[in-house]
Structures are given as structure tokens and as C-alpha cells.
Design a protein around this ligand. Sequence first.
Ligand SMILES: *Cc1c(COP(=O)(O)O)cnc(C)c1O
Length: 384
Amino acid sequence: MSPTKEKIWLSSPHMGHRELEYVKEAFATNWIAPLGPNVNGFEAELQEYNNIGHAAALSSGTAALHLALIILDTQPGDYVLCQSFTFCGSANAIHYTGAQPVFIDSEPHSWNLDPNALEEAIQTIRNDSEKFPGTIRAIMPVHLYGMPAAMDDILAISKKYGIPVVEDAAESLGATYKGIKTGTLGDLGAYSFNGNKIITTSGGGALVSNNSNWIEKARFLATQARDPAPHYQHTEIGYNYRLSNVLAGIGRGQLEVLDERIQQRKRVFETYTNWFLNWGLEWQAQTENEKTMSNRWLSAFDLGRSTWSPDHIRHALEKEQIECRPLWKPMHLQPVFADCMYFGGNVAERLFENGLCFPSGSNLTGEDMGRIERAIKQSINESS
Ligand SMILES: *Cc1c(COP(=O)(O)O)cnc(C)c1O
């Protein structure tokens, strides 16, 4: 390893052309506040991009999920059915409300919420109201790594049992399911603009819905639930969850290049799949008659059927200053959620054991990809 080699990150921020203009505008007009023209503009542009009625710009994706659950009246002792194979933000938001997360396994195509295990969980809880006295307030599918979940089946179950869907679309901005943007298929959807996501405001999020009352309520709760009065009057507990007008300016510039970023990430992903074609690696895919488009936020692979060891490759690439990461550790295996219920088999667990994310940024150069290819080939030769 040469010490002069620059680190290749898993997923780093990639600015477009006009972010600074919007930020400068915020400075020039002194809108250095959690409201202002950039926040309004960003919300309108998010609505238009996603073809959804209403959007509230917030301080994080986790805040968006938290508010979604409050809007659905989630109370201590209630249940929220959540994909186990996810980042902790999904489950933490449930815990904030006092409700219990009930974790559900993934199906092997999309690696997302398994509709069969979901229905089993609903029936188990509903069939024994003595043992499970709480109400099921929401179903929370996650479009992991940008791949849409099996939404037709999930929405059919939502309808059959009358349970709303909160989509965790933190990783899937711009991805589509049958032509519809993820985050807008369910009752409420949450996006994240954290530093490593496909576009970023350094930190930020949004809640979207076609229900204007809900998004109005989200804005109200996100600004400390201030009642309309000249003095500070409160009849509800609120939160400080609004997005800064400065950061919303970054978001406006980023949104202008989002489609370009998706194409760039897809090209990175396709480069890997071409290399890996004959090695038995597997990746997320749509099921047969679903037309989905993943934004390929992260290039994630299942090495379970290959002869490669994920740990060996990760360490070998790290020595070459190339960042790789295991797949998300399922929530039902996390010590902090050890007491929570779990439904399903071992799909998520096996993905965690056998999976690996490779550098996926939209700003990777041809030279970077060459370095990654050489490092992977070298690590395979060492281990065989
Ligand atoms: C990033 C992420 C979140 C949380 O978003 P923040 O903006 O970091 O709070 C939630 N769920 C998933 C699946 C994520 O990847």
C-alpha cells in the first residue's frame, strides 16, 4: 500500500452546480432560520419531483419517521410492524413513541419486508388480544439500498387489515415502483438527506403525504407545537425538527442533480455486476411482474453462493484504502431490541452474514473503479 493513496469512500457527498447560490441567497437575505424561502422552495420541489401533494422539510429522516408515527396516533404499548433488515433509524423512531417494534424478515428478491411474515405477525397479534393488548398502528417497509419493497402485496395487506403504511424511503429517493416514486405509495413516506445518502443537505429529512392535514400537523409538531397566539402558547408536546433554511438551499441544488446521481450510481452498480457475473454473487432484484427501478444507492452484494469471504475482501480492500461495509445487521439481532417480537425465517440474518457493500458514490472516477477492481481481484487470488 502506498501511503499517498487517497481513500475511496463507500458513499460521499457529491455537490452539483447551484447549491452555493442558494446558500448565498440565504445569507444575503439573512434567512438563517428554520424557515424561509429555501425551505418553501425545497418542499415545493420535493413535491413536484415525487408527484406528491405535500412535503415537510425536517431535520432528519428519523425525525420524519417519528412524526409519521405520532400523526398516526401511536401510543405507548402499541405495535409497529417494521422490516428487521434496516438501519436503526427506522426502529428508533418507533421506540421514541413508546410503541413496540415488531420485526419482520425480508423476502429474498428485494431483501425487503416479507409479505407472508407480515401477515403472520398481524394475525398472531390480532388473534390474542389478551397477550397482545396494544393496537397495530403502522406497517413500516424499507426500500433498502434503494430497492423498492414488494409494495403491491404490502399495500393489499394494509388494506385488508386496515393498517396504514409508513414507507421508510430514506435510502430510495428517486427509485420507482411501477413508475411511482418510492415514499409516495403508502400513507406517509420519509426521506433522509444525511451526508451519505444519494443526495444530502449534510443532515436533513422530509415527510411526504397526499393528506394535507397530516403534513400541516407535521410542520406544527416540528416547530414545538406552537398554537396560533401572539405569545407562546402550547396545548401539545412539540419537537424541534424543522430543516434550516441554509441547509434547504443545499437540498435545492442537490435535487437538481438527483436524476444524474441515480444514473451515475446505476453505472457503478452495473460495473460491479459485470465483474461479478461468473462468481456466483447475488444482488437485489425485482420479482417477476413488478416493474421497479432501484436508485442503487449502495452497491450491495450477497456472497453466500460464492467462494469469497466477505470479511477477507473487506479487510484486503481496507488495506488499499478502499472502504467497504457489511450489510445492515438486522434489528431483531441487535442487543438493544433483544426483547422485541420477530416473525419470519433467516433471510435477513443470512444476508447480514454473507453480504458486502462496495464503494458506490456517484463521484467515483474510472481510476477509482480500476483501483477497486485490482484490489478485489488481488484479494480473491490471495484467498484461493
Ligand atoms: C439514513 C436512514 C434513516 C435515518 O435518516 P437520518 O436522516 O439519518 O435520521 C432511516 N432509515 C434508513 C433505512 C436509513 O438508511
